[in-house]
Design a protein around this ligand. Structure first.
Ligand code: F3S
Length: 389
């Protein structure tokens, strides 16, 4: 692989142990993928930081980089960890707070922004053609598809190494010729957009290639977030093309196959009906909610009093603004539980519910797979009704 004199010096240790180690990781992975050189990045997003997922071994890996001098060379954000820093809720188990704080302190001291969110584009939206090194599959697919940013689906260690060096390997979706969409996907007219998360799970599960998804043009920003995150959860998708939305010049469209998703295709992803009287955890915020979604939840809650059949949990970034705060207070007065900087997938729940009702395909996928929970996918309005009506 060709390295510039600066990159060679990093690799030789002239910038310290952490930079050398980080460069070694990137070069090794790049060489295994056939990359001919490295590319400068403008934003790294570090995933794989939840103590409940990475354990003491992963925590030590991160602390090593900090203790041996690793510092951010580019703007860097951090994915959610396994604890709620807001103290606003009673759903997420915070017993791992000290272990998580150890990781978070090391990351923050390296100069990474402690937003603890899976929507890093909320803090710094990428521009078309910008090179990024992002972990977190839902953010990666959103960056490539909606913003026309160029990023692969990085694992936590590579994103960390890219943050420390400011470079990543030039392969995969960093190369324009690989951003080629070949499968056109449409949906039958009777598929309700309320279950767009289930549509995403079907695509992820059944298609390997980069897709063109014209129907997504009519979705709202939150719905698109849910669709793309779901595709990336059940499959290896890292980008898609929404004609009229995905920035021109950031993809090549050469359709070789056309697929129509029928209503009965998605039934198994939606999940079964659940019996009356079940205790329900309504969950909204996978990926994390934006201000717009919180406003919509507050509006839908206007006609209800207190929760009647369980709890409603919302998850938001750890750094929230004053406008978030006002809405949070309004939602809290309705008995809504709000967790900041985490989510039920990367953390543990304090108690078990009979069923989780959510608008998110990604949450459904992982809560079923990792936590063994019964999950039903439905629209935002129905999630609220499932708890309050
Ligand atoms: Fe974010 Fe957790 Fe979903 S990290 S994308 S809310 S699984």
């Amino acid at each position: 692989m060709y390295l510039t004199p600066e990159q060679e010096a990093m690799l030789k240790g002239e910038y310290g142990w952490s930079t050398a180690k980080a460069m070694e990781i990137i070069v090794k992975v790049g060489e295994s993928l056939g990359a001919e050189n490295l590319v400068k990045i403008v934003h790294a997003h570090i995933s794989g930081v939840s103590f409940s997922n990475i354990g003491e071994h992963g925590a030590r890996f991160i602390r090593d980089f900090y203790e041996k001098g690793g510092r951010a060379r580019v703007y860097t954000t951090i994915n959610p960890g396994c604890v709620d820093y807001s103290g606003l809720q009673s759903i997420i188990d915070n017993s791992l707070i000290n272990a998580q704080k150890d990781i978070d302190n090391a990351l923050a001291k390296m100069g990474f922004n402690p937003v603890f969110t899976c929507i890093p584009y909320w803090y710094r939206p990428p521009s078309p053609g910008e090179h990024l090194a992002w972990g977190e599959s839902s953010a990666v697919i959103f960056a490539n598809t909606f913003y026309g940013g160029y990023t692969n689906r990085e694992g936590g260690p590579i994103a960390l190494a890219a943050a420390i060096t400011g470079y990543t390997y030039n392969a995969g979706l960093h190369l324009s010729e690989n951003r080629r969409a070949t499968v056109l996907v449409t949906t039958a007219p009777d598929i309700d957009r309320q279950v767009i998360g289930a549509v995403g799970l079907w695509i992820g599960d059944n298609i390997r290639e980069i897709t063109v998804i014209p129907f997504a043009k009519h979705l709202t920003f939150p719905e698109l977030k849910i669709l793309l995150a779901s595709m990336a959860a059940s499959g290896s998708h890292a980008m898609s093309v929404v004609p009229g939305l995905t920035p021109r010049g950031t993809y090549i469209e050469e359709i070789e196959e056309k697929i129509v998703i029928e209503k009965n295709d998605i039934d198994k992803y939606i999940g079964d009906e659940y019996p009356r009287g079940s205790s329900v955890l309504g969950y909204v915020g996978c990926p994390h909610t934006t201000l717009m979604e919180l406003m919509e939840v507050a509006r839908l809650l206007e006609r209800y009093g207190s929760p009647r059949k369980g709890r409603l949990l919302l998850t938001i970034p750890a750094e929230y603004t004053e406008r978030y705060r006002l809405l949070i207070n309004r939602l809290k007065s309705k008995g809504v539980e709000i967790a900041a900087g985490t989510c039920p997938v990367v953390s543990r729940l304090r108690k078990k519910y009979d069923v989780v009702v959510t608008n998110s395909g990604k949450a459904a996928f992982y809560l079923r797979k990792i936590h063994g929970l019964k999950v039903r996918i439905t629209g935002l309005r129905e999630v609220i009704e499932s708890v309050y009506a």
